[in-house]
Design a protein around this ligand. Structure first.
Ligand code: ZN
Length: 323
C-alpha cells in the first residue's frame, strides 16, 4: 500500500470513528429569515376603508402581513378608527407613520406636529411593544412639504423613523398595471436576493385603486413562492438587513456532543432586536437537535446535514446538542 493510500485510509477510519467532522459547526448567516431568497413588503398608504374591507381579510386568510401607513388625524379615518386601533395590531400588522393629517408641512414646526402626533398615536395603540423602537416612515405625497433636509433628517432620527424605499418603480397602478406585472416584481426580488416593496393606496375601492383580481393574483403569486419569499413588514426586513451585515458568527466550542456558537453584532441591540437565521452544518447522525440560547430552547430537525434556526445577535451563546 502506498503511503498516500495508507494515509487516506487512516483518514476514513478517523472520520468514521469520530462523530464530528471538520466542517461540522460551520455556520452562515442566512441572507433573509428562514433562509429565504428575498424579502417582500406590501405597503398600504393613507389608512383608507378599502384596506379594512378588502386588504386585511385577504391577508389574514393567507397568514400574510403588511405595513399600513396611518393618518390618524385625517377626516376619513374616523369611520374605521376602532379597526386600526384594535384589530390591526392584534393581527400583527405593522403600523407606519404617514403624518397626522396628510396635509403636508410648510415648516419644521408643522412637521414636528404632523409626525409627532402620528408617532404618539402609534405608541398609544401598541402598549405591549417596546418603546422607543424603529418605526417606518412614508412622507405623504400630493401635498406641500417644504422642510429643510437637515431638519427633516434630524427629526426622523430623533423619532427613530426609518424611510421606506421610494415610491418610484414600486407604486400599484403606476409601476404595475396588470396582475402579471405585480407578480414579476416578486421574481425580480428573488433573482436579486433583495428586499422589495409594492406600495398600494386603494385596493378594490378608494383612490389610486388596484383591482381586487390584480391584488388576489399577487397574493396567489406570493403563496406559490412561499419557499423563497419572506413576507414581512418594513421594519423587520430593515432590521434583518442591517443586523445581518453587521453580524459575525463563530464556533466557540465543538465536541462530539455539542457545538457552541457566538453571534456578535455591532448594531444597537435596543433598536435592532430582530432574530437572524443561522444555517449550521451538523453531523449526519444529528437528525434532531436542541438549540439553546439563554433561556430559550427549541427542537430543530436537520435537513441534509444542516440546521436552520433563529438566534438573537449580541445575546447569549448558542448551544446545539443532538437530541
Ligand atoms: Zn399618502
Amino acid at each position: 500500500m502506498s503511503a498516500i493510500r495508507l494515509l487516506s485510509s487512516l483518514a476514513v477510519v478517523a472520520t468514521l470513528a469520530s462523530t464530528i467532522a471538520a466542517a461540522d459547526g460551520d455556520t452562515r448567516i442566512a441572507r433573509w429569515k428562514d433562509d429565504k431568497a428575498a424579502a417582500i413588503v406590501l405597503m398600504f398608504d393613507d389608512s383608507i376603508p378599502s384596506h379594512v374591507k378588502n386588504v386585511m381579510p385577504e391577508l389574514k386568510k393567507r397568514g400574510l402581513t403588511g405595513t399600513f401607513y396611518i393618518n390618524p388625524g385625517a377626516g376619513h379615518f374616523a369611520a374605521t378608527r376602532s379597526t386600526w386601533e384594535k384589530d390591526a395590531t392584534a393581527d400583527g400588522y405593522e403600523l407606519g407613520n404617514h403624518t397626522m393629517t396628510h396635509k403636508g408641512a410648510k415648516s419644521l414646526a408643522d412637521a414636528e406636529r404632523e409626525i409627532g402626533g402620528c408617532h404618539e398615536w402609534i405608541r398609544t395603540v401598541t402598549p405591549a411593544m417596546p418603546w422607543p423602537r424603529l418605526v417606518s416612515w412614508a412622507q405623504p405625497g400630493g401635498c406641500p412639504w417644504t422642510v429643510d433636509k437637515a431638519d427633516m433628517d434630524a427629526l426622523l432620527a430623533k423619532n427613530h423613523l426609518v424611510k421606506r424605499p421610494d415610491f418610484g418603480g414600486r407604486g400599484a397602478t403606476i409601476a404595475f398595471k396588470s396582475g402579471p406585472e405585480y407578480v414579476a416584481h416578486l421574481d425580480k426580488a428573488i433573482k436579486a436576493g433583495s428586499m422589495e416593496c409594492i406600495i398600494y393606496h386603494g385596493v378594490g375601492g378608494d383612490w389610486l385603486a388596484a383591482t381586487m383580481p390584480q391584488f388576489v393574483e399577487l397574493l396567489d403569486g406570493m403563496e406559490a413562492r412561499k419557499d423563497k419569499l419572506w413576507v414581512t413588514g418594513h421594519i423587520p426586513a430593515h432590521q434583518y438587513a442591517i443586523e445581518r451585515d453587521a453580524a459575525t458568527v463563530q464556533v466557540s466550542a465543538k465536541t462530539t456532543s455539542k457545538i457552541a456558537l457566538t453571534l456578535s453584532c455591532t448594531a444597537d441591540p435596543a433598536l435592532y432586536d430582530q432574530p437572524l437565521t443561522l444555517v449550521t452544518s451538523v453531523p449526519a447522525s444529528w437528525t434532531a437537535c436542541i438549540v439553546t440560547q439563554g433561556k430559550t430552547s427549541s427542537e430543530v430537525a436537520a435537513k441534509a446535514g444542516a440546521l436552520i434556526f433563529d438566534a438573537l445577535p449580541g445575546s447569549e451563546p448558542i448551544v446545539i446538542t443532538k437530541k
